[in-house]
Write a protein that binds this ligand. Structure first.
Ligand code: 2IT
Length: 449
């Protein structure tokens, strides 16, 4: 490996040994950059890569909130402003018990390259809390969001940092957060956070955008292979907002999602999550706050497999859409043996680096990386920012058409970037290179700091 690239990776490993997910994502992105670094000696001269792996700043704050029984609870809040070279920091807020500083850094680093890939002016950031929303009442969620925003509001703004949702943070939470920001500052301020409810300035199609975008990207991959999406069987993991969007768009296009998963196990629905009733039920399951996918099996009389993941089910396409590191070597081997021909990452970093390499080496499997596949979500957030600042409201058709165009461009750019560096049809390396190149150009132009 190129000596400069290797030394930066070694340095990250040594300094961030306590942040394994961050080390993992740096290794994954940088391992694609070999030919780029070789052609650009000026990057080493400006020590560009060391600056790219250090967040511009990170805020860590206390969040206190009162439960319905009157007891007080304290959590940690985070906002990591990783890279603002191409626009205001942009990225979601995650409320999940697993959240720590390393999680925030890995997600914000990924976000930087994903946002660059969209071609829109948005930098990379991420935030959240180790607050666990499971089983919390609506009033508790509201109080937590208000308290969180009381600490966060001074660090964000429409030209500074524009948060959104992620795991555990949907439209309800975003709107509570927006309400508290507006209350504190006494201004509407161009929306300031995306994924709001429609009446408060949210964009049409934002709830569906990540899932729809993933399917639009998938269609590009299938067309490249001379295939159509109609008739395909898809295994999804997760049952959140993103999976809901995939089910909806896949059903519209004549494909079917046959598995869903949760922390409790997975369900197999051979008829597919295709009817309006079933698709709507995903939203109910999520809103219940129970975080259990077994409820689907109980309601629709399909099989539930406790404690298992869905990857041994024979399908055409696997779309891991739950959370990071869902697919290790054991699951990757199952996928390779299941007959699936497309491995389309959807969640942020759903695959360990070892498993990803293994899947990419399978001659019968095409792999697509999450930072390209799921970029439709943040891209539509940027469209929400545009609508809010222009004081306009676009129709669902207008937003959907833009989203579709953006996903096609992301795919095309990834293909071209890999080809330009002699890597052939490599969607993983192509996405890393195309995202990196845009951030690198801006950082080089802005001088060293
Ligand atoms: O991972 C992601 O891209 C998100 N959680 C969405 C970020 C956004 O600003 O819409």
């Amino acid at each position: 490996m190129n000596a400069y690239l290797a030394s930066v990776i070694e340095n990250v490993k040594a300094r961030s040994a306590h942040e394994p997910e961050f080390v993992q994502t740096v290794e994954e992105v940088f391992s694609s950059l070999e030919p780029v670094i070789a052609q650009h000696p000026e990057y080493e001269q400006a020590d560009l890569l060391s600056r790219m792996v250090e967040p511009e700043r990170t805020f860590i704050f206390r969040v206190c909130w009162m439960a319905d029984d009157g007891s007080w609870h304290t959590n940690t809040g985070y906002r990591c402003q990783f890279n603002g070279a191409i626009g205001p920091y942009k990225g979601g807020l995650r409320f999940h018990r697993s959240v720590d500083l390393g999680t925030m850094k890995f997600l914000a680093f990924e976000q930087t390259f994903k946002n660059a890939l969209t071609g829109l002016p948005i930098g990379g950031g991420k935030g959240g809390s180790d607050f666990d929303p499971t089983g919390k009442s609506d009033a508790e969620i509201m109080r937590f969001c208000q308290s969180f925003m009381r600490s966060l509001y001074r660090y964000i703004g429409p030209d500074v940092d524009v948060p959104a949702g992620d795991m555990g943070v949907g439209m309800r939470e975003v709107s509570y957060l927006f309400g508290e920001y507006r209350h504190l500052k006494g201004v509407w301020e161009n929306g300031v956070i995306t994924g709001k409810d429609f009446a408060s300035g949210g964009s049409r199609i934002r709830p569906e955008a990540t899932g729809y975008g993933a399917v639009y990207y998938l269609q590009n991959v299938l067309h490249h292979a001379g295939e159509e999406i109609a008739g395909k069987r898809i295994a999804c993991a997760g049952f959140g907002n993103v999976t809901w969007g995939i089910c909806k768009k896949a059903a519209q296009l004549g494909a079917k999602v046959v598995t869903l998963s949760g922390p409790d196990g997975y369900i197999y629905d051979p008829d597919g999550v295709v009817t309006e009733e079933k698709i709507k039920y995903l939203l109910e399951m999520r809103a219940s706050g129970r975080d259990r996918v077994q409820d689907y099996a109980d309601k629709f009389g399909v099989d539930f497999f406790p404690g298992q993941k869905p990857w041994a089910v024979p399908v055409d396409i696997c779309m891991p859409s739950a959370m990071q590191n869902d697919v290790h070597m054991e699951q990757a081997r199952q996928i390779a043996a299941s007959g699936a021909r497309y491995y389309i990452e959807v969640a942020n970093m759903p695959t360990t680096n070892e498993a990803l390499k293994f899947l990419m080496a399978q001659p019968h499997i095409t792999v697509a990386p999450s930072k390209a596949v799921n970029a439709g979500g943040v891209a539509t957030s940027a469209l929400e920012m545009a609508q809010n600042s222009e004081r306009l409201v676009w129709t669902a058709e207008e937003v959907d058409a833009q989203l579709h165009r953006i996903m096609n461009t992301i795919y095309q750019q990834s293909v071209e970037a890999a080809e330009r560096y002699g890597l052939g049809y490599d969607l993983v390396a192509g996405a890393n290179i195309a995202g990196f190149q845009r951030v690198a150009d801006a950082m080089m132009a802005q001088g060293i700091f």
